[in-house]
Design a protein around this ligand. Structure first.
Ligand code: GAR
Length: 203
């Protein structure tokens, strides 16, 4: 069973897509163990609360140093039994101690076709501005594993969308977001299934 901690900073529409898939019975091998946000006013925390899920506001700014922040994140994850992390619009870096403790057990969704249009500073509307400036006729969404480098780990799933004449960063973002909502639950389902198959194999 994937017990997923979702980290986010914003509206939480990707989290909502994952939660809906779970509630509809489409992800039988996955559950949400907690939602964590650096932003106390984030929509993602409101969605968690409205669904009776632990909603935790935790920010680096509340701690004197990186180490104590990382230790607190790790103890929250442990206390709630999380064995997997899904970043869903999380605009902060995951502390290296957490990446090390959850190696190959963290995924992220990125609003472009990695390895293009990723890396430091490439988040939110900036990604779509860069895609439009490059003259690309295709963009899309990527679910990938997280390691210590930004937008770097192996790809789990991608979906392309067209870039249309007259697109603005906002109109392209909306089209990509719809693709994100398709592939994020699908990617988690795929990981959960392969894990379940491996468990059965070992038993
Ligand atoms: C999504 O488009 C996600 O891909 C992006 O933030 C948005 C969050 O929306 N993430 C990044 O840019 C991370 N580099 P949501 O809060 O509605 O899921």
């Amino acid at each position: 069973m994937l017990s997923i901690a979702v980290f986010g900073s914003g509206a939480g529409s990707n989290f909502m897509a994952i939660l809906t898939a779970i509630q509809q019975g489409n992800l039988p091998a996955a559950r949400i163990s907690l939602v964590l946000s650096n932003n106390s006013g984030a929509g993602i925390l409101g969605i968690a609360r409205a669904n009776g899920l632990p909603a935790i506001h935790l920010s680096r700014k509340q701690f004197p140093d990186e180490r104590s922040f990382a230790d607190t994140v790790l103890s929250m994850l442990r206390d709630h039994g999380a064995n997997f992390i899904a970043l869903a619009g999380y605009m902060k870096q995951v502390p290296p101690e957490v990446v090390a403790a959850y190696r190959k057990r963290i995924v992220n969704i990125h609003p472009a076709l990695l390895p293009r249009f990723g890396g430091a500073g490439m988040y939110g509307l900036r990604v779509h501005e860069a895609v439009l400036a490059s003259g690309e006729t295709t963009s899309g969404a990527t679910v990938h594993y997280v390691d210590e480098e930004y937008d770097n780990g192996p790809v789990v799933l991608q979906q392309t969308v067209p870039v249309l004449p007259g697109d603005t960063p906002a109109s392209l973002a909306a089209r990509v977001l719809a693709a994100e909502h398709q592939i994020y639950p699908a990617a988690i389902g795929r990981i959960a299934q392969s894990e379940r198959a491996a468990e059965h194999h070992h038993n």
